[in-house]
Design a protein around this ligand. Structure first.
Ligand code: NDP
Ligand code: OXD
Length: 310
């Protein structure tokens, strides 16, 4: 059984090949670019594979996403139907996302951009904000990452809401389910965090209609996927003040092109898709364990539902 690895750069690919080979002695682990016998490859470990790459391997048992999202695998039009897709999750990823969400929600809550502007102007200007229990924050997506982020915000004292397809209980969080409860979830929401997977149902969800339903002057944190956001609608909502500030970690095109207006927009904070990167050492361990478990049993906890899209 052999394992092939593909990341967009050969340097990163080599790094993962070395780590996985060390953790799976007896398995032939190599870069997809160096596979001589495609028929021997049973597992493909990928981040943003090129269209057509996966279909070259006729005897694959599963594709492993180096990440929680599987949209980059499903984007391949030649993906063989029914091929199992395993995602990579884990405590480190959740911990990092909790940190990122807490940081940016608190920043918007305390209006740090305006406070920093006051400092630049040597203006002793005290910005008075409501206490957290009087601040409504909403988290879209209550999976591994969204539920943990929502719990963290609730622990900080925010009036926290969460929205997902099926709803369900998250301690300290008021939950909303499905399309019928979406308007109620958004109404009065002052800081909105997006942690949905990218699917046909969620593409473009951060658009004009959603922005209009938030509290006036709301802030938006998108740490899921760039294609959730309708970029022109965000710029328009920032221009009217309906949205006051946005933090964007993900973009339609990554890296964000150097001439993109987001880079220098005064109300937008750009981070380079770093909200929750897989920790390299523990990530390789998780992937190796998932491959061994799947190989032995035909399933594993991180098996995604490819038909559903996440
Ligand atoms: P999960 O698959 O664990 O959870 C997805 C959640 O979204 C579930 O609560 C699901 O609801 C909900 N959902 C899916 N579709 C809909 C819909 N149409 N309407 C309402 N709710 C919906 O995902 P994770 O929490 O692990 O990750 C979420 C996303 O975060 C990833 O897909 C990835 O894109 C992004 N990500 C970004 C990172 C970064 O660094 N910026 C790092 C890691 C991930 P239900 O369970 O009821 O179906
Ligand atoms: C992921 C990501 O999906 O890093 O894990 O975006």
């Amino acid at each position: 059984m052999s394992v092939a690895v593909y990341l967009p750069t050969e340097e990163k690919t080599r790094w993962w090949v070395e780590r996985l080979a060390a953790l799976m002695p007896g398995r032939d682990v190599r870069s997809l670019r160096q596979v001589a016998a495609p028929g021997s490859v049973r597992y493909l470990v990928v981040w943003r594979p090129r269209p057509g790459d996966i279909a070259k391997f006729a005897n694959l048992r599963a594709v492993i996403s180096i990440g929680a999202g599987i949209d980059h695998v499903l984007a391949d039009p030649d993906l063989p139907p029914g091929l199992p897709i395993i995602r990579t999750t884990g405590r480190d990823l959740t911990q990092r996302m909790r940190e990122y969400v807490a940081l940016h929600v608190l920043r918007h809550h305390r209006d740090m951009p305006r406070q920093l502007q006051a400092q630049r102007e040597r203006d002793w200007h005290a910005i008075v904000v409501p206490v957290a229990p009087n601040r409504v924050v909403g988290v879209m997506g209550l999976g591994n990452l969204g539920a943990a982020a929502a719990r963290t915000l609730a622990d900080l004292g925010f009036a926290t809401r969460g929205w997902s397809r099926r709803g369900g209980a998250v301690p300290g969080v008021e939950t909303f389910a499905g399309a019928e409860e979406f308007a109620g979830f958004l109404s009065g929401c002052e800081i909105l965090v997006n942690l949905l997977p990218l699917t046909d149902a969620t593409r473009g969800i951060l658009g004009a209609d959603l922005f209009d339903r938030l509290a006036p002057g709301a802030c938006v944190v998108n740490c899921a996927r760039g294609a959730h956001l309708v970029e022109e609608d965000l710029l328009a909502a920032l221009a009217t003040g309906q949205v006051r500030q946005a933090t964007l970690d993900v973009f339609r095109q990554e890296p964000l092109p150097s001439d993109d207006p987001f880079w220098h927009h005064p109300a937008i904070t750009v981070t380079p898709h770093v909200a929750a990167q897989i920790d390299p050492a523990t990530g390789a361990r998780l992937i190796a364990d998932n491959i061994e478990t799947f190989d032995a049993t035909g399933t594993c906890d991180d098996l995604a539902d490819a038909a559903r899209g996440y």
